[in-house]
Write a protein of this length. Structure first.
Length: 122
């Protein structure tokens, strides 16, 4: 731990980020505030690769995904928003019915409801 001139306590901290794989990053935490961002050279997308000597964490180039906001995309987002608001409007008994049905699948009750609701909107 380091005490700075402005008497804030600094310590090293280990954080995990999961954008594309497992990655550990070493950052700095000042008690009461946190520094983590653009000036941190550990930023980026990390990917685990299997090599002959074992697994290796590799840093990938950062990119921003496309968001074309086409009419079809906006329609699908509206359908999803409607399905989620419909789930929130259900009573607890109705939600429990979906949760009970979902035990036979690898989904939660919420996911099962959203799936059936979106398929019924087609």
């Amino acid at each position: 731990m380091i005490v700075t001139a402005d008497k804030k306590l600094k310590t090293m901290a280990l954080t995990t980020r999961k954008r594309l794989g497992l990655a550990d990053e070493l950052g700095e935490i000042i008690i009461g505030e946190s520094k983590y961002g653009d000036n941190n050279h550990f930023n980026g997308i990390y990917q685990m690769r299997v090599t002959l000597r074992g697994k290796k964490s590799c840093r990938m180039n950062h990119y921003y995904p496309d968001n074309p906001q086409t009419e079809a995309q906006q329609t699908n987002r509206a359908k999803m928003a409607t399905a989620v608001s419909d789930w929130q409007a259900l009573t607890e008994e109705q939600k429990n019915n979906y949760r009970a049905l979902s035990k036979y699948t690898h989904m939660t009750g919420f996911n099962l409801y959203i799936k059936t609701r979106l398929l019924s909107m087609v």
